[in-house]
Design a protein around this ligand. Sequence first.
Ligand SMILES: [Zn+2]
Length: 334
Amino acid sequence: MKSFDRPFPQFIGNDGAKNQIAAYLQSGQFPHALLIEGPTGSGKKTLARLIAGAAVCENAEERPCGRCAGCRKAAENIHPDVEEFSGTGGERSFHIDTVRVLRHNAYILPNEAEKRVMILSNAHQMTPQAQNALLKILEEPPVHLLFILTCENRAQLLPTIRSRVTVLSLTGVSFEKAYPLLKEKLPEANEGDLRRTFTAFGGVIGPVLSGFADKGLSKALDLLPRMAKALLSPDDWELIALTGEIEKDKETVKEVLNGLHLLFRDALMLHYGSTATLSTAPDAARTLSAALSGTRLTALIKEVEGLQEDTRRNMNQALLLSRLVTRLRSAAIG
Ligand SMILES: [Zn+2]
């Protein structure tokens, strides 16, 4: 079987992972279970669907051909041999019942393609019971089956699962590589804003796109310099008022925390003489760097990381924001 030397030109960057997939397509030998790991928004699901498409392509000469019925159905997410499973989004929301369904379906022969593909999105949300229920079939799957799991980091899965999958790691990409896609998706945005936002998210495209689309990001970008100023004010009220502006919006809070993390990191770097800034609020970084000691800036970074952990645990929003005020204020001026 011949195939593209460079599969998935529409999937930007991540040449390491793509070369790995090219080798599988070239040899016609796919591992029976792939795990795609990478940060939120790095394209795990997109890549999983592209690989699934290649697996159900009907063109033996060139896979994925992009033209056959298999490719077209996969692209529209309506191929009967590609199934997606996931939890409802929260931690441990991917239950054993779902795994029982997929175990049952796994033995059904493919309808149209040579392969049946099961995509298990955010596999780290599986309960330990669900992961254990998956083990056996992951170890000895029917020959027609390809599993594609996704998660942020392989360490989130049980070691017994990790040892049964082949890992593809995704990372962020350079602004230059991402720019044509960003410009196509966000024609209204100017290059400077795109570059700053892109850098703020460590080269991961998803959050930039969704941030611009849902206005949550612009809210976060607007808040960051004001929060930096409020951190240094004589009392807590200024910061409390600012958190009031985001108390109903979980996603914006996440973006604010990401932004604060970069801001404090930049301030610390400036403190030690580096000029490379990553944050979207370079003036605020300079102000903090001049006003606070290295120890305080380091403490602020630690506190933000703690709060990010709290959001991952789905902490009550009001509690989280009151923690944000007390902890950041005490790290900054306490
Ligand atoms: Zn095809």
